[in-house]
Write a protein that binds this ligand. Sequence first.
Ligand code: NAP
Length: 265
Amino acid sequence: MDVYGLIGNPVGHSLSPPMHEAGYETLGLDARYVTFEPAADAGAEAIEAAETLGIDGLNVTIPFKQDVLDAVDPAPLAERIGAVNTVDFSGDTPTGYNTDAVGAVRALAHHDVSLSGTAVVVGAGGAGRAVAFGLADEGLSVRVANRTESKADALADEVPAATGHGLDSLPDLLADADILVNCTSVGMEEDETPVPADALHSDIAVLDAVYTPIETRLLQDAAAAGATTVDGAWMLLYQGVEAFERWTGEDAPVDRMNDQLREHL
Ligand code: NAP
């Protein structure tokens, strides 16, 4: 049997086990997905322990995404982002990937959003870094806007062809933008949004990384403006799909994994 899993602290609320196990069941794979909760300072040790135990793959979540960089051989994108959320143990050394970046790209592609032009990424934390690098690698011009403008500037210095801004600039930044991704935690509380509704328009596609609630105020405003909307569960789904495919070498049964994820949200 193959064993995959997740390390995080806490991990009790994770949606990954039902999503991945639905995939194994659909493909008839003899595999399990288990959650582990190491002490908050033991991320690197957990990777070493998993390798010793013969675990096949691990997802990594808060607070370990940066800590485990030293315990793995990071893929170039994970190294640039500075965070790992997926570890593959099939090679001589554990390899670290960041599938959040690809997750956002595949979520947009699933909705037939053209991956070209200009993207506005709101937020410069972990999700903002991953999405900014992911979209830039697809060839988009990225504008990063963040409450703390200096963090947006610092991220924009690292991302090819990116610029950094404060949140005040959002109406100007969005006027001719093709894609907007909310990578702040704003939207988890009822009726809050990081983007003024009147800055949205029908020529933009809006992905909200927030997935609780599924239908955020931002997505409601975007739909009212006639924009294409993509909820955060699609990004969550595709970061998992990307890990699943890397570990198993099989095409993931995306529809089934999506159903399971949404059933548990
Ligand atoms: P993080 O590293 O803590 O970053 C938080 C970001 O939100 C920062 O840019 C912060 O700005 C901004 N922010 C926080 N409160 C704000 C406020 N009141 N007004 C304006 N900006 C505010 O968090 P993260 O890991 O990037 O996660 C961000 C969100 O993305 C969370 O809701 C998380 O669940 C979601 N997420 C979703 C997925 C997915 O697969 N769908 C994956 C990863 C994350 P400052 O720099 O100014 O503090």
